[in-house]
Design a protein around this ligand. Sequence first.
Ligand SMILES: *Cc1c(COP(=O)(O)O)cnc(C)c1O
Length: 411
Amino acid sequence: MSSRRKALKTLSALPLVGGLMGPSLLSANTGESAVSKLACPVSGPLARDFFKELGIRTFINAAGTYTSMTGSLMQKEVTDAINYGATEYVNLDELHDKVGERIAELLECEYATVSSGCFGAMTIGLAGIMCGMDTKKVAQLPDTTGIKSEVIVQEAHAIGYTHALINTGAKIVSVKTTKDLEKAINKNTAMLWYLNANTEMGDIKWEEFVALGKKHNIPTFIDCAADVPPVENLFKYTKMGFDLVAFSGGKGIRGPQSAGLLLGKRKYIEAARLHTPPRGTTIARGMKVNKEEVLGMLVALEMYLGKDHDKEWELWENQIKLISDSAKSVKGVETEIHVPPYANHVPSLKIRWDESVVKISKDDMRKELRNGHPSIETVGGKEEVGITTWMMEPGQERIVASRVKEVLENA
Ligand SMILES: *Cc1c(COP(=O)(O)O)cnc(C)c1O
């Protein structure tokens, strides 16, 4: 098929295009350039409404950074970087090398790499610790014969995300107290893993955990997936002495949803990279981060570091107060504004009511909000409807405030 005909065929397959484009673009360009123009119509008059075409519901995210709700929205600077990345070939390792150095400089740590989410960072980070620079061992995983493969975790920290660790072939050893932990250490212990989100529930806190690692010469790794804000956390735990620190890229930092950051000791991160593409016969071959997302992650981080965090916090507080006041204006409704101390540390709202006065269950309230126009996603259980505003676009808080009130009033 000639490129001209291919172009026309492509054009006719695209809805909207005919009407919006008219004949001028077609006649003024060769088929080839018409195709290249159409290949990435991210914005402007050629943009397609893909979700509408596919019949997919979009919604106001009053819930938070949930993978099921596709995390966060990237800012234009980030999608610009992604689009830029799509225009040239580069050497993947060179890109990772340079971006790793740049991120390390920004976050004042020894080294860094862009990973496939926080989960991917955990897998490759542990794999790096287990195998070092030994490529034979790298190829051997998840068979851990002859490789240290026990990871000690506090019982209260041993939630489902430890699956990222056992992906390497490692085993989780769960302990409660400092005494237990020291007793559990043996010649097969590879790493100590800490889940920042569950800090309050564990016996052993950060500094002591790090000190135990140093005392027994075992590397420590902290999962900080959902721990920005505050921005300081991006610096705090590497400086505290954790050997490796992992963050999600697509939560508070608002980078690509499938990207993440692995920060810390150069020797472990260089070893972690041995498990990742372009290298093939490794456990993390499927945890590829494409060049577009590597750039997007870097730019999202730069944007995040550069923003006025106090001003943003104030905005969130005002938004939450607006929704709270609106909900509370309905008789029988109570609200509570709170900030979780670890993970998703942002102003958050709980809305509760006496169901004998306001005759709707919490589940049905969430359903009403979801099924309304525009659709609004919230969280919570049997006792409350939970709302955050940090993943909303500015102005949407007013829609949420009035819908919440409307549904409660009509109940
Ligand atoms: C979200 C999350 C992860 C997974 O992070 P991804 O970036 O989605 O891979 C791991 N640990 C915790 C505590 C999380 O909240």
